[in-house]
Write a protein that binds this ligand. Structure first.
Ligand code: NAD
Length: 358
């Protein structure tokens, strides 16, 4: 199979971790007889430095011509003082929108070799944790109208809006239902329907859509504040967790931490077609950039999801996941998941070890 992959390494640790994923993808290509080509493109802070904008037109154009996109992370203190519309994150939101990627799937899985890395008590993690967060990605408050004004009595004031349409809710519910059908046939839908009008529409639409189209699926509602508690109190109760853009952003980081390290969590963003955007859920980690200590596993797992979800290469995806499990079972750890008696390795070495075991 021939595939052309756009690579948006981004900023901070982005180049190191995407290099790690490319090392593993090249090994997969060699072993299974595929031809993968990689096209580096600029996004985020590095694009601001080169083009004066976080999402240059050439990046969008080339991504839309690729078979899929692998992304590292964007942002860093260098660009923090720029106005909102010129910040690196604007590039990230822009490319998701340009590719019409409205779903973000974030599996938070506790690897058995890393059970000790979870901050939760042993009795809570021994039942296993695998929370598949399905987050709506192109609507809600991150894309709603916003503004700033000076209020006569309160002074400088700012506002943002949370807005969802039935169509937006239906299409993300479909993605969650498809996933749930391959798993436990249970969805927990998270909202704030006791306060927000947009959440009440969310709740009503999710139920109507699931009941009409996927009658075997059980949908349970959970308020977002309770969900934040339940993820640390009883994480095993979750399987597919469906939620809006902002709630998903926050809850997936919490789920990530419960499973050990943010450096282990992958994500895929998809729309109606097969071209997706695959990225780790963590940021650009400027505090460790360039030190060869970052954990590349989240990005390598994202590349594995690309093989499965965009290219239907399930066996190749499984080969990467098994290689990661083996490396962890053999005791290799990057600094973020290091524990006593384990063998500490850097970013490059971790990627090499995984590629070797593919
Ligand atoms: P972060 O995820 O970059 O880092 C949080 C902590 O986790 C840091 O201590 C970091 O060293 C550690 N960490 C993250 N990834 C790691 C990895 N692979 N291996 C080992 N340790 C890892 O979040 P932050 O510090 O809040 O943000 C830093 C920058 O990243 C900011 O500019 C932010 O806007 C940006 N950001 C980008 C994305 C993205 O590109 N998708 C997401 C979140 C944050």
């Amino acid at each position: 199979m021939k595939k052309h992959i756009a690579v948006l390494a981004g900023d901070g640790i982005g180049p190191e971790i995407t290099d790690g994923a490319i090392t593993v993808l090249k090994k997969i290509a060699e072993k299974y007889g595929h031809e993968f080509t990689f096209e580096p493109l600029l996004l985020g802070g590095c694009a601001i430095d080169a083009y004066g904008e976080p999402l240059p037109a050439i990046t969008t154009e080339r991504c839309l011509k690729s078979d899929s996109v692998l992304l590292g992370a964007v942002g860093g203190p260098k660009w923090d003082s720029l106005p909102g519309d010129r910040r690196p994150e604007k590039g990230l939101l822009g490319i998701r929108k340009a590719m019409n990627l409205y779903s973000n799937i974030r599996p938070a899985k506790l690897w058995s070799a890393l059970a000790d890395a979870s901050p939760l008590k042993k009795n809570l993690v021994e039942k296993g944790i695998e929370i598949i967060v399905v987050r709506e990605l192109t609507g809600g408050i991150y894309f709603g109208e916003r503004g700033k004004y000076v209020d006569e009595s309160m002074g400088e004031t700012a506002w943002d809006t949370e807005k969802y349409s039935v169509e937006e809710i239906k299409r993300i519910t479909k993605i969650a239902c498809e996933l749930a059908m391959k798993r436990s046939k249970r969805i927990i839908s998270v909202d704030k329907a006791n306060v927000l009008e947009s959440s009440r529409l969310w709740r009503k639409t999710v139920h109507e859509y699931a009941e009409q189209n996927y009658p075997e699926i059980t949908v349970t509602d959970m308020l977002v504040d309770n969900t934040a508690m339940q993820i640390v109190k009883n994480p095993a109760q979750f399987d597919v967790l469906l939620t809006s853009n902002m709630f998903g952003d926050i809850l997936s980081d919490e789920a990530a931490q419960v499973t050990g390290s943010i450096g282990m969590l992958a994500s895929s963003s998809l729309g109606d077609g097969t071209r997706g955007l695959y990225e780790p859920i963590h940021g650009s980690a400027p505090d460790i950039a360039g030190l060869d200590v970052a954990n590349p596993i989240a990005t390598i797992l994202s590349a594995a999801m690309m093989l499965r979800d965009s290219f239907s290469l399930t066996e190749e995806c499984d080969a990467i996941e098994s290689a990661i499990a083996r490396v962890l079972d053999e005791g290799y750890r990057t600094a973020d998941i290091m524990s006593e008696g384990m063998k500490k390795v850097g970013c490059r070495e971790m990627a090499r070890l995984i590629a070797e075991r593919v």
